[in-house]
Design a protein around this ligand. Structure first.
Ligand code: TYD
Ligand code: MG
Length: 471
């Protein structure tokens, strides 16, 4: 015997849907889709349906953050499950609350289940963010059955669970937060999302080495994995899309954490200072599918002892390689402690940044800043030859937006309106402004600073915008 089948129908226009949606694709009405019993039954109770229905076109709902929508592949998809992963304190709960508030403001019902914080704590955070918490439903999020029951009763557009590790499934005899518990709670929520057509966002803590604490298997259960990243000491945050069943991987959104929560920013505005000091150069790496203008910095501190090398945010192997190439090109960086960093400590591992690292090191060694409003793009080989890189038009347009007017790049690179290319075959040619001054290194008693922050703190102009952000 077959069971009674239900249909999803818009109560306003009668449009039938294959799956639940917040908005009717037929008449555009919000919250008008409801379940109705259908008399038709498939033999043996197994429902067979055509693959593509009329109402199947991709439905996306904006989170209120253009960048977050882009990372999601165009917005939240009803019936999908996203995992928002990040280290404790990075801002997952804050982002979740913003999204819930934005959707509620757009007239979509949201249910927030928090096992991390009490209702009072979430309410006070909402007040601090200046968001209207009155339209958001709340349920304590420690017991899976009560969260599932609340979702069945209130049928929200979005169920936000903070966090999957504090949720407990009493049927799974394990400790909360343990792999089996997390997996069984996630499975139950995936089932709920698919059955009711609810969008679900789960937060999950990751450990230092990037694993979602407990089961990595969670990534297979969900549709989308979002990683929230950044140096917790700075306000800059990066949301990247990993696995995504509904969109392209590798998109990035940039946000800034302020006293009043998160807002979207153009990273180049905060990662490039107006006036470059010696030891800094602008690089144009790719971040996911986009490009970005970011300052890379170097400190060359002459030493009598064994030279040390330390980098933050940069790829150490590329940094060492570039330093060795410079030494061969008579730029004196060999007998010195070398430190390298990217502004904001953001990860910069695109080989296209090699030439900017060379410029920063040469600038630090000779105490001469690179030419005004310039950037450097190119992969540097072992011979010092500069190789062209992909996605130049995207890199040049972010450079122009960041106020760059000259870009040193491999021969054959075409400029764009407002950005001139200086073609360079060899790293040496890109560094002629630095000259081969040995002044700095010959000063045997040069002051040794081992702290990059200390250096930038002493330079208010250089770090003005960044110190506002706390880095
Ligand atoms: P939170 O969202 O609680 O992080 P997570 O859920 O990932 O653990 O954010 C924690 C940090 O963010 C906390 O140290 C305080 C800071 N914060 C702000 O700077 N401004 C704000 O408006 C809010 C709500 C938090
Ligand atoms: Mg939290």
């Amino acid at each position: 015997m077959g069971k009674v089948r239900t249909l999803l129908v818009c109560r306003d226009c009668g449009q039938q849907l294959a799956r639940w949606a917040g908005r009717c694709p037929g008449c555009g009405g919000w919250g008008t889709i409801e379940e109705r019993a259908a008399t038709e039954m498939a033999a043996g109770g197994v429902e067979v349906t055509v693959l593509v229905h009329d109402g199947d076109e991709d439905q996306r709902v904006s989170t209120g953050f253009a960048g977050v929508d882009r990372v999601l592949g165009g917005g939240l998809v009803p019936g999908s499950v996203a995992l928002l992963a990040g280290e404790p304190g990075i801002g997952k709960s804050t982002l979740l609350l913003h999204v819930v508030a934005n959707l509620s403001a757009a007239g979509l019902s949201c249910l927030l289940a928090s096992g991390e914080e009490s209702r009072g704590q979430v309410a006070s955070r909402a007040r601090r963010l200046g968001v209207d918490g009155a339209s958001v439903s709340f349920v304590p999020g420690r017991e899976l059955p009560s969260v599932v029951a609340a979702a069945h009763t209130s049928r929200p557009f979005l169920l936000a669970v903070d966090s999957v590790q504090t949720l407990r499934d009493p049927d799974s005899g394990q400790v909360p937060g343990g792999p089996a518990q997390v997996r069984s709670c996630a499975d139950a929520l995936v089932g709920l999302a698919k059955a009711l057509g609810i969008a679900v966002v789960l937060t999950g803590h990751v450990t230092k080495d990037g694993d979602v604490a407990g089961p990595r298997t969670l990534e297979h259960a969900v549709d989308v994995v979002l990683t929230f990243d950044g140096d917790p000491r700075s306000g800059l945050r990066m949301l990247t899309g990993g696995k995504n069943r509904f969109g392209a991987e590798g998109e990035v959104a940039w946000l800034e954490m302020t006293a009043r929560g998160l807002h979207e920013i153009d990273p180049s505005d905060v990662l490039v200072s107006n006036q470059l000091e010696p030891g800094a150069a602008v690089a144009l790496p790719r971040a996911g599918r986009r490009a970005l203008a970011v300052e890379v910095q170097a400190l060359v501190a002459p030493t009598q002892g064994p030279p040390r090398r330390h980098v933050t945010g940069l790829d150490p192997r590329r940094f060492h390689l570039v330093a060795a190439v410079l030494e061969r090109a008579s730029i004196p960086v060999g007998r010195a402690d070398l430190f390298g960093a990217s502004a904001g400590g953001i990860r910069v591992d695109d080989p296209a940044c090699d030439l900017a690292l060379a410029a920063a090191l040469a600038s630090a060694a000779t105490e001469r800043p690179p030419p005004e409003a310039s950037a450097f793009v190119g992969e540097v080989g072992l011979t010092g030859v500069v190789r062209g890189v992909a996605a130049m038009p995207a890199r040049l347009s972010v450079a122009r937006a960041a106020g760059i007017r000259t870009v040193f790049a491999a021969p054959g690179t075409e400029g764009i309106d407002g950005v001139r290319i200086v073609p360079v075959h060899h790293a040496k040619e890109a560094l002629t402004w630095a000259g081969a001054s040995r002044r700095r290194v010959e000063r045997a008693e040069g002051v040794r600073s081992t702290d990059l922050n200390e250096q930038s703190n002493g330079r208010p102009e250089w770090a003005k915008r960044r110190s506002d952000l706390g880095f």
